[in-house]
Structures are given as C-alpha cells and as structure tokens.
Design a protein around this ligand. Structure first.
Ligand code: M6R
Length: 353
C-alpha cells in the first residue's frame, strides 16, 4: 500500500534506511554478529572466479559488487550483462561460480544464462527480492534481499539492498581489509535518513537544472562512475530526459562535443583519490557552457557544491550517493507530469528475452 505517499517510488526511496537495518537483522546471529548460510560462503570462497550476471539496475549493483569481491575478499570477479552472455561468453575459469542478481527473480535474460550454465555443470547462486521466484528455485542457493515488495517500475530500494547484501557476503568470504561492514551500514542507514530529509533541495535542483533540459550527463570516476550509470538510468527511465553516465576522464575523448550552453552535468565526488581530477573535468565542461551540479562527500566538498553527504566509508558510499539522484529523477518526472510509477514502454519484470 502507498499509504500517505503519492507514488510508490517515493515510498520505496524513503524505505531504504529501514531496508538496510532489516538486512542487518536478517543476516546476523543471536549475538548480533554478521552471518549467512555457510555453504554459500564456502561456494564463493572456493570458486576461482565469480561471474555476476544481471540486467539494468541489478547489473549496476553487480558492478559495485565486483569492487567488493575484489577489494574486500580478494576474489576475481567479472560482471556480464545477461543478454550479452550468450553471444559473448567470457573465457571461463576452471571452477567458476555464477551469481545472478535480480530483484524480481523472473528476468528472462538471466534465466537463459542460468539454464545454460547449469547445463555446463556450474554452481549457481541467486540474489533476489522474491522468495520462490524462478531464478531462486532453479539456482543451487539463494540470498534474499529483504527489501519488501518493490512496486514502482524504477528500482530503488532493491538496488541499495543488493549492494548491502553483496557487502556482507564479500566480507564474510574474506575480509582482507578488515572493514566492519555492520558498523558502516548502521552509519549509512542514518546518513540515508538525513539525505531523505533534504528533499526540498532536490526538488529545487530538479526544477533549476533538469525540467527544461533535453539531455543530461552524470560524471564520476571509480565507484562514483558506477553510481553515475545507475543515476542516469533512473533519470532517463522516468523523466524521459536523455541521460548518460560517463567515466569523467572519458569526456575529453569524445562526449564533451555534446556539451552546449546549459547542458546539465552532474558530478559525483565521494573518493579522495578522484577529487581533483573530477573537479578539473567539471571546470572543462563549465568552460563549454554546461550547467554543473556537484554531489560530494563532506570532507571533499567545496562551498558551492549543491548536495553534500556526511562522510562515510568510500567503498560503501554508493549506498548513500544514489539517494539524492533517485529524488532528482523523481522530481524531474513529477514536474514534467510523467507517470512516475509506470513509465512508458516499461514493465516491472521483463519476462521476454
Ligand atoms: O528484476 P530484475 O532485477 O532482474 O530487473 C532487471 C531490470 O529489468 C531492472 O533493474 C530495470 O532496469 C529497472 N526498471 C530499472 O529501474
């Protein structure tokens, strides 16, 4: 039920802090320690490479998951778009594990890959929000997202739930950087709440930058780049503003030619190592007329940045950074009178290949 909310999407955006806390309670033992089915942990630990298969928003969560598995667990990981896997199957290692990420657990493109890799005799694991869904039933193991039903076509809370579950799994597999995931997630749930409290700001920014624009760019580097891919999918799918997420360093290799007077360019800066370089990319597009907006982490922020996020762990920052971008998409669509929960041409679960 939508309750007092005018749209499911808004309700689902605002449920995210609760979802993070729910996931922490579902994946903890009676002493409050992080835990998961040991056979799942062993399967990830024992494979020589993890292949993550997904589509759309779930694919974007997979890109972040790869960073967790490689940086936290030291496990080589490759992320493949499900609909591409069949034609361009990566050269597989001897002992791979296939992980499917799917909110609905019904996506046909993922199922086609699942059927194929099972035929090849490989192990499979599904991360899904829907208990008893097709992918869950047909995989060896399942990890649930505990996000509660997601009704709006635009995925919001399932994305953050996927990232949270991936962070827990990766640290249980092997925590080579000694990150305290639960401590960081608790902090992030609180940060998410403070971000949700700032929605009037996002509404004004959507009005100023987006409503009258034909197109828009999100730019960022490293983890921020992956967030940009998801932020741009959100904005384009519900507001119909043509939006692309770019690796900030790639702009000068072609895309900067598209920048015109007042083209909105939204930069995301949450990691110290990319701050200066992304800032100089902002200057480059500004000099060509772009209307720039910056989303940054407090310790890296400048006075003129439009959205500032309290400092959180850089690897887990996408969980918080995505929130303002979900609101920007929501308000851009609202102010353009779009059908927010049911954007044109789209279905909640895509059951054809
Ligand atoms: O149910 P799934 O996670 O498998 O769905 C994958 C995509 O169809 C889905 O994430 C889609 O991209 C969303 N509408 C994006 O908001």
């Amino acid at each position: 039920e939508k309750g007092t909310y005018s749209h499911y999407m808004m309700k689902e955006i605002e449920e995210q802090p609760f979802v993070i806390r729910k996931i922490m309670s579902e994946y903890s033992d009676e002493k409050g320690q992080m835990c998961m089915d040991s056979s799942i942990i062993d399967n990830v630990r024992n494979c020589d490479k993890l292949y993550i298969i997904a589509c759309g928003t779930s694919y974007h969560a997979g890109l972040i998951g790869k960073q967790f598995f490689e940086k936290i667990s030291d496990k080589p990981t490759e992320v493949v778009i499900a609909s591409e896997f069949i034609y361009n199957m990566p050269l597989l290692t001897k002992n791979p594990l296939f992980m499917f990420i799917s909110q609905s657990g019904e996506t046909a493109d993922c199922r086609a890959v699942l059927v194929k890799v099972k035929e090849m005799g490989y192990r499979t694991l599904t991360l899904t929000n829907v208990k008893g869904s097709t992918l869950s039933r047909e995989s060896d193991n399942t990890l649930l997202l505990y996000a509660g039903p997601e009704i709006a076509v635009a995925s919001t809370k399932a994305y953050t739930a996927q990232i949270a579950v991936l962070s827990i799994l990766s640290s249980l597999v092997n925590n080579k950087i000694n990150i305290n995931i639960f401590k960081e997630l608790s902090k992030i749930a609180y940060t998410m709440e403070t971000l949700c409290d700032d929605k009037e700001n996002y509404k004004e920014l959507a009005e100023k930058y987006l409503v009258n624009s034909r197109n828009c760019f999100y730019i960022g580097r490293s983890m921020d780049y992956f967030v940009c891919l998801e932020a741009s999918l959100k904005l384009k799918e519900i507001s119909y503003i043509q939006t692309e997420g770019f690796a900030a360093g790639e702009l000068k290799h072609g895309t900067i030619a598209l920048i015109e007077q007042n083209t909105p360019v939204i930069a995301v800066i949450t990691q110290e190592c990319i701050n200066l370089n992304t800032r100089s990319n902002i200057k480059e597009v500004k000099a060509r007329g772009a209307a720039t907006m910056v989303i940054s982490m407090r310790s890296l922020s400048q006075e003129t940045d439009e959205i500032v996020i309290d400092d959180i762990n850089e690897l887990l920052a996408p969980l918080a950074t995505i929130i303002p971008t979900q609101y920007l998409a929501y308000y851009a669509a609202l102010l353009k009178n779009c059908d927010i929960d049911k954007p044109r041409n789209l279905a909640k679960s895509v059951t054809v290949e």
